[in-house]
Design a protein. Sequence first.
Length: 437
Amino acid sequence: MRLALLGCGTVGSEVVRLLHEQSADLAARIGAPLEIAGIAVRRVGRDRGDLPVDPALFTTDPLGLIKRDDIDVVVEVVGGIEPARGWLVEALRAGKSVVTANKALLAEDGAALHDAAAEGGADLYYEASVAGAIPLLRPLRDSLHGDRINRVTGIVNGTTNFILSAMDATGAGFAEALEEATELGYAEADPTADVEGFDAAAKAAILASLAFHTRVTAADVHREGITEVTAADVASARAMGCTIKLLCIAARGADAAGRETVSVRVHPAMIPLTHPLASVGDAFNAVFVEAEAAGQLMFYGRGAGGAPTASAVLGDVVAVARNRLAGARAASESAYADLAVRPMGEALTRYHISLDVADRPGVLEAVAGVFARHEVSIATVRQGPAGGGPAGRGSDAELVIVTHVAPDAALAATVRELRGLDIVGSVTSVLRVEGGQ
């Protein structure tokens, strides 16, 4: 079985090493040896250390490599939308199986890849696109195919999980925790994709597509990052017996007309310390799946890094190579449900709201009246010393309110009205609460 490898960076180099070190075992598992027929890179002459590969295999012509008649499987670890999309569509239409770790492409235009795979009768595997080495996508696509998945909640970005874990452990602010993550190599020089939730949103779209048999793109995902999470938020969560995580949440539910839809969102949220995801620290990932027959399942492990991601890539390579030898093809994309994606305003959630208010009679009644007007029920209220509202507004007390479950639109409207009250100096914090009542 001859492979074309597109990209030879952190992940691609590990793929080459594992193919070399485990060649005999891989051949035994597949029924034929795996051979790298070519490696497409940007610069052929770059020093790649002691990488166990013939330098003559490197090329700067990925499309020419893909079009070769002797290529059986194309492995793409370059990333990005273009030109990767064109390369993979070309390979799939030509009947060549594709293994990719490209979450951005799958989340933006996975439909083009699935359609090309169907047209060419080829396999498209992408286990490495979400949660690194954790075997997650294939269980969703195959093992749970006879069940009905109702909800998927996950920590799918190691950088933000490290930052929030550090803030919780040390009391540091966001900037300090990000600096530590950068020094340790967990954060990129430009961490925007991670801390603003773009990476997690792409993975959420892929998870939702598989779980609910519906094409979901990154544009369908409501996205918020963690840059506004403060040390005070973390302390408040701890006081409630909670911790803060950047969650991806995909759930089935009915819309206002009673039609089944899906909600897909990424945002920071407080979760109880008793929730299985609360103990997921450092740069680890975990995904919590709730299915009707199987019940609650959790998948946990390293979600990034060269070796873990390469492990997932090679698992897919073994699967597609076996299929080609058997003259078979894996099940095609399952998007039969074609469910509509609910807007964020219809998602059901809870809010944790901190207010600096005037400490005088009638304040609590006025605040409660705002919640009542928007049909939002209050679960708990805690009053304490002020956090320091704007000068001249008479803000000398703090209210911390946690709501019961309500539509996000009603909760957001409540916060907007609270900001306009004369008795409210400032709304100092708004965070969603998930994972328990």
